[in-house]
Design a protein around this ligand. Sequence first.
Ligand SMILES: Cc1ncc(COP(=O)(O)O)c(C=O)c1O
Length: 389
Amino acid sequence: MDERRVYLDNSATTPVAEEVLREMIPYFNKAMGNPNSLHTWGREARRAVDEARGDVAALVGADASEIIFTGGGSASDNLAIKGSVWGTKGTRKHIITSAVEHHAVLDTCKWLGQNGCDVTILPVDKFGMISPDSLTNAIRDDTLLVSVMHANNEVGTVNPIAKLGEICRNRGVIFHTDAVQSIGHIPVRLKELPVDMLTMSAHKMYGPKGVGALYIRKGLKLVSIIHGGGQEFGIYSGTENVPGIVGFGAAARLAVKLNESEEEKRITSLRDKLINGVLELIPDTVLTGHRTERLPFHVSFCVRGADGSDILVEMDRAGIGGSSGSACTSGSTEPSYVLLAMGFDHGTAHGSVRLTLNKNTTEEDISYVLEKLPAIAESARKSLYKRKK
Ligand SMILES: Cc1ncc(COP(=O)(O)O)c(C=O)c1O
């Protein structure tokens, strides 16, 4: 086992930043009140939740009243889609999504398709991008909702959400975007964007797991998908996860600082060094996703003739943590549905690897990965060849 350890699976989850963790700790024991209680402890917790709501709102340029805390990105996606569909009494039952969404969106839409909705799944181009024209053509008079992700988790491609949102707005259609991968990494100003709902998750931006938020534009009415004590403006019941929410608020403030610093430039340059190195040093390797319209920390590629999971195992032995496709589908023997939708053949898609950087990734880390990867890829190719013989 090599000494160095390089964690490059930040699209799956990021480490909680030290300053975020420090702010969360008191809310587990000392300031542990239920924010719905009237006593001092409760009021203290309520104040912390309100402050965090303001911090998350500030990160995306929204009003605090437009932010609902949830149990994470999946919960926010479900709330956005089911909450708007079930809240609509009329005849508008058509929803549109894309073929490369996270399962939290895609499976929710498919399930609604089996339960009274009509669902259109938009194709993507070879970069995994949704074209404004295909959206324009798919919208019908009875279209209620469009849900298209901001940035793709598997291939890092960033969609033109301003254009897509504008098309929806002009046709009176609700536009939701899953921005779990982009928020905190790419500046988003919701006051200037035609987006009606936007999903966020704290653990992809140096916050804790199990807490997320849904931005809901003022005036848009959703029904609750979890009934109970009426917390979060009656839309997402359950005692608030106060330490988690405090952590999300702290992570949002950290993201604002990072957005204002040179971090995006720094990480983009490391990303490009890794992409160029991989394509140069490993023969017959193809980049997946867009070359420039891409998350600044995201590298993904396919090594033809190899199995991504063999590469992962060998990378792990060398102290490198990466993934093959998305966190939730790695471990599956099926090639990624995202890569197939982008037009990759099964063989190529099987060789997929995703390496996602974070604010602690250094130049030396990238050099180390580039030093190890060519031999790892070669060995994975040999293993697959032997198994096939
Ligand atoms: C694009 C996208 N949406 C939603 C999710 C789910 O978020 P969470 O893990 O907070 O439920 C993820 C997590 O990988 C994601 O990448």
